[in-house]
Design a protein around this ligand. Structure first.
Ligand code: 13P
Length: 247
């Protein structure tokens, strides 16, 4: 069975002090959780502080991005070894904000995924269609391309997919459970074409306006194995409620 994974993507939010204050309140609320993986992706500047605070807790650490070179003259970039050095075990790659605002292409992301895996990082690989693509009937072709190109030459181990329809991110417009399950099932079929039986072990998270109000219904869908959460992960009680979703 696939163990649920609930991940917080804090995006460009929280100073070190704010991250520490969050953990002070959040950790007591989840310290007994064993049956769900909990991941937090703070901004790079708070990774070190969060890493020290989550030792001996069930919380695991993720980076929100990573460069594909291992070192060198790449001003402003962060290498995979710098992340493992800070006890990161996950890296979010291919978030639509990276694709949209920072020009990350399928080819760039494929390089990043390969390098992250070679460092043992579990990759949360984000895919999803825009509103225009959905309205033009291109949802499945976009998802197929993003899966095939992003995961080219990559094995199934250490891969988590996050389906985040761009029109649902930060908009308060969640996909219906029907829309989400349909996309997740399609993604799993594509993963089966790539990986055969191993596809049934790959977790597929839903992301886009997930809240304490809609998590339970989403988590009841057969192919939804967790959530990647932005806004509702910024407050300790709200994120703890998501982690403790009703089974
Ligand atoms: P929101 O939960 O704020 O819609 O953000 C989703 C997201 O982009 C998580 O990566």
């Amino acid at each position: 069975m696939r163990k649920p994974l609930i991940a917080a993507n804090w995006k460009m939010n929280k100073t070190v002090g704010e991250a520490e204050a969050f953990l002070h309140d959040f950790i007591p609320l989840v310290k007994e959780v064993r049956d769900t993986d909990i991941v937090i992706a703070p901004p790079f500047t708070a990774l070190s502080a969060v890493a020290s605070r989550i030792k001996e807790t069930p919380v695991q650490l993720a980076a929100q991005n990573m460069f594909y070179e291992e070192k060198g003259a790449y001003t402003g970039e962060i290498a995979p070894g710098m992340l493992t050095d800070l006890c990161c075990t996950y890296a979010i790659l291919g978030h639509s904000e990276r694709r949209q605002y920072f020009g990350e292409t399928d080819e760039i992301l494929n390089r990043k995924v390969k390098v992250a895996r070679s460092y043992g990082l579990t990759v949360i690989f984000c895919i999803g269609e825009s509103l225009e693509e959905r309205e033009a009937g291109q949802t499945f072709s976009v998802l197929q391309r993003e899966v095939q190109e992003g995961l080219k030459g990559v094995g199934p181990e250490g891969i988590v997919i996050a389906y985040e329809p761009i029109w649902a991110i930060g908009t308060g417009k969640t996909a219906t459970t029907g829309q989400a399950q349909e996309a997740h099932r399609f993604i799993r079929e594509k993963l089966s074409a790539l990986y055969g039986d191993a596809a049934s072990s790959i977790r597929i998270l839903y992301g886009g306006s997930v809240t304490p109000e809609n998590i339970d219904a989403l988590m009841k869908c057969a192919d939804i194995d967790g959530a990647l959460v932005g806004g509702a992960s910024l407050k300790p009680d709200s994120f703890a409620r998501l982690v403790n979703f009703t089974r």
